[in-house]
Design a protein around this ligand. Sequence first.
Ligand code: NDP
Length: 483
Amino acid sequence: MTQGPLTTEAGAPVADNQNSETAGVGGPVLVQDQLLLEKLAHFNRERIPERVVHARGAGAYGTFTVTRDVSQWTRAKFLSEVGKETETFLRFSTVAGNLGAADAVRDPRGWALKFYTEEGNYDLVGNNTPVFFIKDAIKFPDFIHTQKRDPYTGSQEADNVWDFWGLSPESTHQVTWLFGDRGIPASYRHMNGYGSHTFQWNNEAGEVFWVKYHFKTDQGIKNLTQDEANRLAGEDPDSHQRDLREAIERGDFPSWTVQVQIMPAADAANYRFNPFDLTKVWPHEDYPPIEIGKLELNRNPENIFAEVEQSIFSPAHFVPGIGPSPDKMLQGRLFAYGDAHRYRVGINADHLPVNRPHATEARTHSRDGFLYDGRHKGAKNYEPNSFGGPHQTDRPLWVGSAVTGATGDHAAPSHAEDSDFVQAGTLYRLMSEGEKGRLVENLAGFIAKVSRDDIAERAIDNFRQADGDFGKRLEAAVQALRG
Ligand code: NDP
């Protein structure tokens, strides 16, 4: 903070910041007290619309370092050399809670990572889970309505949650994940991150590869049981945010080992699972993870509102050598994120310090709008022009895909081993006996709260189809609670 007298927003010195101006001693307050009016008006406007999802979060800056040559798969410059470092900003979040909600809850954690590369910002907007509840963005508003507050009761309702999940069997894999031990991480430092979607990498020769990103925590996986989380959520609602800030303050910088799974483009059509289905992983035995880098978080934001609340991420922020896949959830998100931040932060959100490219500059012909800072001065605002200025490169960031057939409301293609249940069953069977027990107990405690038997039965049946033992144990546990 600079020294000198307190001022108004317009810079005039303030004589008295304790007493508003009145007509005589004990008289009414005067409209001419501009300091009072300005303070109250500014205060009323301190909040911007909170994110509809992922409202509650914490963030930190860091460094991504390349540890393996990946130029055979992508021409992205920030990945071009072993040892190359790129500044990053990572925002963690929960999904369903409002801005003031507790951190220690059972919910996926958002993993929104911005790389400030020399070719523009690359955003990887994933989660701490490799999969998601649905596979088509057209279901997203419905899904989130079931997770948030019911329009009548004003609370999250078990009926809505289980009705939707029961009727959306593709959610079974992610729900199994969420109610397992990893559904409540002990902190943001003790969990993995995933790009979740499949993305395109393309190399200098124009060859295409499909890629999935994994960020494996170097702190080790640590989770909270439901009872531990219930207690912590009450005692320290800001537990995850505090843990992250304090670790960085004491120089205990959290890090993640970055891995990718790479699928040559030619494999995709006949792979046993649809490789663009967000409810599925690529089993490691099919495409073994390859270590390519290290991510370290090492600097706290100085102002949470400016740098975390106003930070924006978009899966559509690609750089040369990286692009989208036909994953229908990803395709929807390519629109939805930019749209959300244009509404929430405004059309010039990209130019705030946390959001603008750090290692290069944005050169566009977009102008004006709320809070435009005039950075382009008198430069021409159209292209082509005869006065110099930025121009197109004629080289797309990614390589186009071949498509055939008629437009229509098509479900994504089904591959040989696709089913909504197969990978949920695999996940159940890799859990320890102890985790299986906690998974069943966590699920049963929630399913038992629904008001109708048919909703409970449909929910249980999805897990029964994933694994017979899973279904049997869950049915018994729900019955024991519902009587
Ligand atoms: P692998 O045995 O090769 O890998 C198992 C994966 O499961 C590891 O990534 C491991 O993460 C993770 N895992 C272990 N315990 C849990 C748990 N309780 N909750 C969530 N994840 C856990 O098997 P596959 O690749 O064949 O995958 C089998 C199942 O593992 C999948 O159906 C999926 O549910 C889950 N999984 C798979 C991932 C993938 O990309 N293939 C990624 C994450 C989960 P870690 O190494 O950190 O212990």
